[in-house]
Design a protein around this ligand. Sequence first.
Ligand SMILES: NC(=O)c1ccc[n+]([C@@H]2O[C@H](COP(=O)([O-])OP(=O)(O)OC[C@H]3O[C@@H](n4cnc5c(N)ncnc54)[C@H](O)[C@@H]3O)[C@@H](O)[C@H]2O)c1
Length: 252
Amino acid sequence: MGRCNDRIALVTGGASGIGAAAARLLAAQGARVMIADRDAEKGVKVAREIGAAAQSVRLDVADAASWEAAVAATLEAFGGWTVLVNSAGILRHGSIESESLEDWRQIMEINVKGTWRGCKLAVAHMKEAGGSIVNLSSIAGIEAGSDLCAYSVSKGAVRLLTKSIALYCADRGWQVRCNSVHPGIIETPMLHTYFAEQPDPEAERAAWDQVMPLGIRGEPEDIGHMIVYLASDESRLVTGAEMVVDGGAMAR
Ligand SMILES: NC(=O)c1ccc[n+]([C@@H]2O[C@H](COP(=O)([O-])OP(=O)(O)OC[C@H]3O[C@@H](n4cnc5c(N)ncnc54)[C@H](O)[C@@H]3O)[C@@H](O)[C@H]2O)c1
């Protein structure tokens, strides 16, 4: 208890999956949390479940004005902003041959530009008093998937965006840490929708079940605990790091 007592966190994608788990766990450790998601209804629901420590705001990470409004709402609600968790993201399957320019554009808008926008605002705000930025990449940002072309590229971009920001802040003596988290296969609505869209969902499920050597299915909380660590002072020496939480998949 209390590992994030003085923290004020804005969690994008906080209405579902990993973002919602992170919001719950951050609040359980004393943080105040703004749940920012384009699904405003689900955001309200998660905030209500958490209670007084949480509020919600509608955010489309692809939209600059929406970002400004979400940050303003956080400052107004809690009087500060010290943690940004960029969990909003989309997953679409598609190869270099099958993907359309529109698929590519949508994935980059949300996964890359959306994350970049949030980081830009966070650095501007946090450079005075410090803070922690946590960006959701993926194991697909380390190893490409042939049928996850744009998605892999987007997550690789998030990985290096994170390192660039970490070095920029450290070089200036700003206590703004920036780290990426690389989940393996985690049981969230994103994953289940992905399976449902495949021609043979059961075969796809069985194939993905082989990816993580530990042989256990990952839950959103497995990633949420890592996010709590990165938000807290326990990770004060950790910046520009890629935190892999994947049941051993990248060790192969
Ligand atoms: N689930 C996995 O196996 C897995 C693995 C590796 C990485 N990730 C990454 O973790 C992050 C969270 O994924 P998840 O599995 O919890 O997915 P999810 O679909 O359960 O949650 C994603 C949330 O992001 C929100 N969102 C999508 N586009 C948005 C936008 N433009 N603006 C604001 N909110 C938006 C959705 O409404 C949703 O609430 C994503 O970045 C994803 O790429 C997930």
